[in-house]
Design a protein around this ligand. Structure first.
Ligand SMILES: [Zn+2]
Length: 128
C-alpha cells in the first residue's frame, strides 16, 4: 500500500518551512493533508465518483469507496482488480498533484492502459 503518512503534502512542507502556503494543489482552498488530497478534496471526490463508475463498467460490481478503502484497500471481499486499480489511482492522484494537473478519469484510464501494456510486454519477454 502507498504509505500516505510519508507523502510530503503542502501541509507538511509548510510546517518545515519549505513552502509558505499549505493549500491543496487541486482545489487551492483547503489545507493539503494526505486524506484531503487523496479523498476529501472536491476534485478528488469527483475523480473517485468517476472511478466507481469506471470500475462498474469493468466488473458490473458497484462500489462506494470510503477513505479507509482508498487508504488501505478493500479488505472485506476478495477483489484483486479493485485493489490493483486503487493502487494505480493513488499513484495517479499523486502524479497529478506533482505535475499540477487536475485528476480526471480519462488520464487515469490512460495510466491503466500503459500499465497493462507494460505488464503485457514483461509477460511476453518472460514467456509467461
Ligand atoms: Zn483540495
Amino acid at each position: 500500500m502507498l504509505p500516505i503518512s510519508l507523502l510530503f503534502t503542502n501541509t507538511k512542507l509548510s510546517k518545515i518551512g519549505f513552502i509558505t502556503e499549505d493549500k491543496c494543489s487541486f482545489c487551492k482552498s483547503e489545507s493539503e493533508t494526505s486524506s484531503h488530497l487523496l479523498f476529501d478534496c472536491i476534485k478528488s471526490k469527483s475523480f473517485w465518483k468517476d472511478f466507481e463508475s469506471y470500475f462498474y463498467s469493468l466488473s458490473k460490481e458497484f462500489v462506494h469507496l470510503t477513505l479507509k478503502d482508498v487508504i488501505v484497500g478493500v479488505i472485506i471481499t476478495k477483489c484483486p482488480l479493485l485493489n490493483y486499480l486503487l493502487l494505480i489511482a493513488k499513484i495517479y492522484l499523486w502524479e497529478c498533484r506533482r505535475t499540477q494537473i487536475l485528476p480526471n478519469i480519462t488520464g487515469f484510464k490512460l495510466k491503466v492502459k500503459n500499465k497493462f501494456e507494460t505488464e503485457k510486454y514483461v509477460c511476453m519477454k518472460n514467456n509467461t
